[in-house]
Write a protein that binds this ligand. Sequence first.
Ligand code: ADP
Length: 174
Amino acid sequence: MTRLTLVRGDITEQAVDAVVNAANSSLLGGGGVDGAIHRKGGPEVLAACRALRASHYGKGLPTGQAVATPAGNLPARWVIHTVGPRYLAEEDRSELLASCYRRSLEVADELGARTVAFPAVSTGIYGWPLDDGARVAVRTVRATATAVDEVRFVVFDERAHRAFESALAEAPEE
Ligand code: ADP
């Protein structure tokens, strides 16, 4: 059984096996979580991302996919970079958002990671409404078979904390 936990804090301070980065497809850094992870992770993370761009992901990492690098100076072993979809009111892209969580857990299983910290993917610069983003996150993690023992949702502020609390309080779908 995977435990789902929720903490208010900074994703870059989580001592877990793997932290998930809300990356963009360039893999070369950006704002929000991505900027914080690259700042604290340092040159080892960036070098590994550049190597991915030079090999498998010449055109960048597609939306909904996930890939791992070492975590550099972060208190984690790996960073799992995933690219969330930008929110579009006129198009339902929630399957792509769900894919971020599913693929990240698959990568975590490939690594043998037992504790994984997720930010609220897409709910910042990419504009996804928090309540819905939290619901997709919790439902998808619950529905994914994984060897991960703890999935920790790490949120920055009170509003996000409330959104995840409500999502976690919903009865699991059978
Ligand atoms: P995206 O581009 O996928 O929307 P962002 O990094 O802009 O990603 O934001 C994702 C979520 O993470 C937002 O809810 C934002 O408030 C939150 N956030 C930003 N920085 C951090 C951090 N250091 N730790 C945890 N959560 C963060």
